[in-house]
Design a binder for this molecule. Structure first.
Ligand code: FPP
Length: 236
């Protein structure tokens, strides 16, 4: 029997994971420690998403702008990503998680880009949860790239609709996020899924990402369930 899914449960949850640096600073520790703790929150959140029957979970793990951070921090973050992939992939696979990567993965170098592609291929048949990792991702770059693809394909202006354009974005085939969560008290989109979050419910929490857990995820879903989504329309 299929799992019962409430009408008010989000199919797709996207998260801007913020506050690793402040979590570490509050403890007098280097930022790298905050990022490392952040990977534990990633693990807890994936488990919570599976538990709550969420179909798609998109995590903003590295933005296009993160390349501008000090080299040492960029190295720490890419190292954590590699480590995460090597250590968690088998478990993700066993738990039925399909991994998809959006963003400019080539910027991480051929080896890591290749490992990401292999992880996608290995988990391609899984159906429990689709985990979308946004890596070197920027919403504006995604839109510009889609426009380039349309031009390169010689699309006629009249063939370009919201639907055909959405199919040229990195998120082709992925439903738009129903709920966007941002941690750490910041209330911005920060060039995340600009096109895709047009009608997403936004949820901001003061919890710093390394402290985020199943209870916080459930609180966001409860809040979502209370909201009335109208997509710009007004009911009769
Ligand atoms: C924001 O904290 C978080 C990031 C820049 C990256 C998120 C990375 C992780 C959760 C760890 C790696 C992830 C995976 C999937 C292996 P911040 O540094 O901007 O925090 P601050 O605003 O408090 O300084």
């Amino acid at each position: 029997m299929a799992d019962a899914v409430s009408l008010n449960a989000p199919r797709h949850v996207a998260i801007i994971m913020d506050g690793n640096g402040r979590w570490a600073a509050a403890r007098g520790m280097p930022r790298a420690v905050g990022h490392r703790e952040g990977t534990k929150a990633v693990r807890r959140t994936i488990e919570a998403a599976i538990e709550q029957n969420v179909e798609y979970l998109t995590l903003f793990a590295f933005s296009s702008e993160n390349w501008a951070r000090p080299q040492e921090e960029v190295t720490d973050l890419t190292g954590l990503l590699r480590h995460y992939l090597r250590n968690e992939l088998n478990e993700l696979h066993e738990n039925g998680v399909r991994l998809l990567v959006i963003g400019e993965r080539e910027r991480f170098g051929p080896n890591l880009a290749h490992e990401l592609a292999e992880a996608e291929a290995k988990t391609a048949g899984n159906t429990k949860l689709t985990l979308v990792m946004a890596l070197s991702y920027g919403g504006r770059a995604d839109i510009v790239e889609a426009a380039r693809r349309a031009m390169a394909a010689g699309m006629k202006p009249e063939d370009l609709t919201e639907q055909t354009f959405a199919g040229l974005l990195a998120t082709d085939g992925i439903p738009d996020p129903d709920l966007l969560i941002r941690t750490s008290g910041e209330e911005r989109i920060s060039n995340f899924l600009l096109w895709q979050t047009a009608y997403s419910e936004l949820y901001f929490t003061d919890v710093l990402w390394p402290d985020f857990g199943a209870g916080d995820f459930a609180a966001a879903l409860n809040e979502y369930a209370r909201r009335e989504r109208r997509f710009g329309a007004r009911p009769e």
